[in-house]
Structure formats: C-alpha cells, structure tokens
Write a protein that binds this ligand. Sequence first.
Ligand SMILES: Nc1ncnc2c1ncn2[C@@H]1O[C@H](COP(=O)(O)OP(=O)(O)OP(=O)(O)O)[C@@H](O)[C@H]1O
Ligand SMILES: [Mg+2]
Length: 311
Amino acid sequence: MAVQLFDKRFVVMAGKGGVGKSTMAAATAISASRRGLRVLVVELGGKEKVANLLGYQGNVGYTPTQVRPNIDVINVQPEPALAEYGLMKLRFERLYRAVFENSLVKSLTRMIPGMNELVLIGKAWHLEQETIDGKPRWDMLIIDAPATGHGVSLLVLPHVILEAVQSGPLASETRLIRDLLIDRKRTIMNIVTLPEEMPVNEALDLRKQMETTLRIQPGVLFVNRIWPQTITKHDIALLEYTKSAHTNTAEVLSNGRFFGRRTTTQQRHIDRLRQECDLPMVRVENQFRASFDMTAIECIADQIDASPFLC
Ligand SMILES: Nc1ncnc2c1ncn2[C@@H]1O[C@H](COP(=O)(O)OP(=O)(O)OP(=O)(O)O)[C@@H](O)[C@H]1O
Ligand SMILES: [Mg+2]
C-alpha cells in the first residue's frame, strides 16, 4: 500500500517520548528537500533539536530560519505564540501590553485549560496559511509533535472545543484548525516507534486514537533503531565449535550472543506491529556512530528514500 506523503502540506510525527520523532522530522525534511520541496519543520512545545540535527549551529527560536537549502525550522513555544496572537487581535502594541502583560490576565490565561495547546496548534495552522506573492511559502510543514499524551491532547483539542462551543470567534477560528487536521488532501499523521515493549504499546494505542478521537489521516509507521541481522544462528554455532581452539573467540561469542538476543527480541516486537497495526512500516536502522549528527540524519533520509511505500 503506497502512502502519498510528499504531496501533503501538513505532516505530523507523533509517538512516545524519545523514540525519534525529531530525528524522523529532520530526515523526512531532507528527503522532501531532495524532491525539490520547500519544507518548514515546526517543533511544537518541545526542546529545540531539529535545527542542530540538520547541521545548524545555534538556536532558531520563534522565527522560521533557513538551516539548509529548502529547509526552514521554527521552534514554537506557548509564550511567544500567545503574545503574537494577542498582538494580532489587539493590533496596538500598547494596548496589547496593557492587557496581556497585566499579571492578572497572565495568570488567567495560564489557568484556562488548553490555552497553551491551542496557541501552539493555532500557530502551526497560521504557518500553513502563509503565502509569498500569492503562493504558499512552504510546500510541506513537518510537525514535530510533543510526546504522545501531550501530542494527542494538542491534536484533539480543536474537536473538544468545537463540541463545547459552536458559535463566536473562538469557534470559527478553532473550526479552521480542525478542518486542516481532518483534511485528507493536506494532512497526514505518522507514528514513530521503537521495536520495544512500551513504545509498541503506545504506538498501537495511538493508532486507535487516530480513528476514534483524532479523525486524522493515517500515514506510515516509522520503526526506528532496528539493529541489523548481521549475526546468524549459523555464525554462533561456528564460533561455539572453534571456541576451544582460539582464546579470543569466547569474547566474540559473548558479543555475538548479545547481538543475537537483541535482534530476536526486536523481531518479536516488529512481528507484533505487523499483526496489530495496519500502517505500512518504514524500517530505520540504528546508527552505530560516536556522534548522532547530520551524517546519521542523511543516512536515515536514504532509508526513507528507499522505502517502497512512500511517494
Ligand atoms: N536511528 C537511530 N540510530 C541511533 N540513535 C538514534 C536513532 N534515532 C534516534 N536516536 C537517538 O535517540 C535520541 C532521541 O531521538 P529524538 O530526539 O529524535 O527523539 P524524540 O522522539 O524527538 O524525543 P522527545 O520525545 O524527547 O522529543 C537522539 O538524540 C539519538 O541520540
Ligand atoms: Mg523531539
């Protein structure tokens, strides 16, 4: 089953904490830029990471910044997003300061549940709308969502608000965001996971939520950090056989056994994903490198390019 990822404008990466969402966002950005697309990676509410993974020195902050040809990155945090929204609504900076920098209003906005999430996803929507000379500024926005629980609450929020409020300015603005999220022409959501117990459980749970609560179009399942099957049972048997004759074989054998156990366990989780998750799988190998940098990301982009499912 082919997944048309590279013709979508709003590509969400979701998954448990630490599984490689930012890594997949960075590698997918490279893959898309190789196809001639202008990409913006939007880091939502998390630590700034993607620009550095793409070889950029320093911070990009709340301004779309070019980090490579055809790739811009922005880190969206609630405070500047709220300030920008306030300015947009109140127009005059002095009036804005009088209202939003008032400590009572500040603590009130902090108390309104979901306010921070709404401005984050609202900013992502706003970036999708940006044009230059009447044409969209970017062809593809890659949304690096926060780790699962928070990421889902962010994506489900527009649905929740619209159930509670059907008219007025809040409803009409939220409707625009909701319509982007459920638009199958523009939006797709990928799940990132590791071949390990907890990340697999969360990935399967996330897959269910895509249908039930999010109503978002499912993309692919990135299974990250897969160890290569370089040592076979036959290799182990051969080492066992020669163990007595060569002194250093024992150490090689123990490393080989460890490697073998690890790949067997990973395979068990991959088999479970194949049985219980209907999304096409993109396999990403673990990078055995001293530093996880741009070269590693390029290598992962090569694997994305080689995937038979993505077009
Ligand atoms: N394919 C890989 N090979 C080797 N190491 C990897 C690979 N993918 C990710 N890593 C390692 O895992 C770390 C976490 O990855 P990443 O920051 O992309 O995860 P994340 O899901 O975005 O985390 P968070 O939930 O904290 O935002 C990376 O810094 C890197 O060291
Ligand atoms: Mg991240």
